[in-house]
Design a protein around this ligand. Sequence first.
Ligand code: SF4
Ligand code: SF4
Length: 177
Amino acid sequence: MGFHPGSDVVAVQRAPKRGPARSLWRIFVETLRGLMTTGARVIEGPVTIQYPEEKVPVYPRFRGRHKLHRFEDTGLEKCVGCSLCAAACPADCIRVVAAENTPEHRVSAGERYAAVYEINLSRCIFCGYCEVACPFDAITMGHDYELSAYERSDLIFTKEMLLAEPIERAPLRREGE
Ligand code: SF4
Ligand code: SF4
């Protein structure tokens, strides 16, 4: 079959039809496509962000400042002070001191609650192991990354700080950004 101007018949004819040669061809085409996309981005150049007025948007899976959660209906804390997050933490930066719930003083839905829950964010490596280890989704990693402080002690986040909503919110990237 000959060359048809304005069509991609030639490219299709050159692609092997099946077998390992076809797989190699597909890898080659995908690699080429990736290089061309990256090249196009480099040519576009960097974008200046007017921080701190404008914040750099993060990807949805970005792991930033932690958050402790409550049950929406009862308001009770989800954390039961089991310390599994502390055991999983490779930086040893979580401190949990558990206490018993009583009928007069119920803090969590379980038998116990975290009387003390602290994360030393100056040591945290934002690996997310604590989030994965928690059996009750009591702790999750948020998107907020503005965590600088003048004193190291200010980077020890207490339970009250982790239960509260963050003051500043990092924006999320839109699809395709
Ligand atoms: S993110 Fe990693 S280092 Fe930070 S508190 Fe959780 S487990 Fe520890
Ligand atoms: S945050 Fe989760 S893993 Fe950590 S002490 Fe609380 S319930 Fe246990």
